[in-house]
Design a protein. Structure first.
Length: 281
C-alpha cells in the first residue's frame, strides 16, 4: 500500500502542471496560470490526436480480441501429462517477460533487418531477390508488434490462470471421467467455466487500461518509416513532455487518458454486474 501510494497517488500532484504554462527551471507558481488552455488544445490539434488515437485503439482492440489466449494456453498446458516437459514449456514461455524490450529489439534486428538472419536464409534458398526489413515496414507494424507482445507476455499472463486451475475441485474431473468424458470435454465443461470468473475480472481491469497499450515496446521500435503507425498515446505524451519539453500539454493529455480509463472501467463494471450479478467493486 505504501508503494502504491508513493508511485500511483503522489504523482497525481503533478497534474497541476497542466493548468500552468510551465517552463523548466522556473518555480511552478511563477509561471502563467492558463486554466484549461491545454485541454482545449487537445481538441484543436486534431490531426495528431486522430492519428495517435487510431493507433492506440487498433492496438487496444487487438489486445482485447486476443485476451483469451493466456487462458487457452493455460488450459492446454494443464493437459500436458509429462511433468518435466510441462515445467519446461512454462519456464520457456515465462522467461521472455523478464527480457527488456531493448534486448528484444536487438534480437529482432539481428533476425529481421536487411542483413539479418532471415534475409540471408531466404537469399541462400533463392526465395527472394531483394532484401526486406520488417522493422521499417509501416504496413507491418500492427501485426508484427502484436506477435512480439504475445511472444513476450503469453507465459507470464497465463500464470494466474494456471493458479486458478489448481483451485478447481478435482472431484469434478473424477466425476466427469466416471460419466465417460474425455480430456477435451473435461477441459471444455469443467476447466473453462472454472476459469471464466478470473477471465472476467482480468477483462474488466484490461478495459480500464484500454488506452494504456504501453510505451517501451513502441519507443524502441519507432523509426521514421513506422512513426505514423506506431505512435500510441503513451508514446505521444512522452514525445510531447520529454522530447519536445511541452510539459503542460503532455500532462493534460495524460490526465484526459486517465479520466477516459476510469470511465471505461466503471462502464465495464456496471455491465458485468448487470450480466453476471457480480462486479469487482
Amino acid at each position: 500500500m505504501a508503494l502504491v501510494f508513493l508511485f500511483s497517488y503522489m504523482p497525481l500532484f503533478g497534474w497541476i502542471y497542466a493548468f500552468f504554462d510551465y517552463k523548466a527551471g522556473i518555480p511552478l507558481f511563477e509561471n502563467e496560470f492558463v486554466g484549461f488552455k491545454f485541454f482545449e488544445l487537445i481538441f484543436t490539434d486534431k490531426a495528431d490526436m486522430i492519428r495517435v488515437m487510431k493507433n492506440t485503439l487498433i492496438f487496444a482492440f487487438i489486445g482485447l480480441a486476443l485476451s483469451p489466449l493466456p487462458m487457452i494456453f493455460a488450459i492446454m498446458m494443464n493437459e500436458i501429462r509429462f511433468k518435466r516437459f510441462k515445467m519446461f514449456v512454462q519456464t520457456a514461455t515465462t522467461l521472455p517477460n523478464f527480457v527488456s524490450w531493448i534486448i528484444v529489439f536487438s534480437l529482432t534486428f539481428m533476425i529481421f533487418s536487411t542483413e539479418g538472419l532471415l534475409n540471408q536464409i531466404l537469399f541462400s534458398l533463392g526465395l527472394v531477390s531483394n532484401p526486406t526489413n520488417i522493422l521499417t515496414n509501416g504496413e507491418a507494424v500492427y501485426w508484427f508488434q502484436t506477435v512480439l507482445g504475445i511472444w513476450k507476455g503469453l507465459g507470464w499472463s497465463a500464470i494466474v490462470y494456471v493458479a486458478s486451475i489448481s483451485s478447481i475441485d478435482q472431484e469434478m474431473y473424477e466425476a466427469a471421467v466416471i460419466d465417460g468424458a474425455g480430456r477435451f470435454k473435461s477441459a471444455l465443461h469443467i476447466t473453462l467455466p472454472g476459469l471464466m470468473p478470473t477471465y472476467i475480472v482480468l477483462l474488466i481491469l484490461g478495459i480500464g487500461n484500454f488506452l494504456n497499450v504501453g510505451l517501451e515496446q513502441y519507443l524502441v521500435y519507432k523509426n521514421a518509416l513506422t512513426a505514423d503507425n506506431i505512435e500510441v498515446l503513451d508514446l505521444y505524451v512522452y514525445r510531447l513532455g520529454i522530447s519536445n519539453h511541452d510539459y503542460s500539454y503532455g500532462v493534460a493529455v495524460g490526465i484526459l487518458k486517465s479520466v477516459v480509463s476510469i470511465i471505461l472501467l466503471v462502464i465495464a463494471n456496471i455491465i458485468t454486474k448487470k450480466v453476471r450479478g457480480s462486479s469487482i467493486f
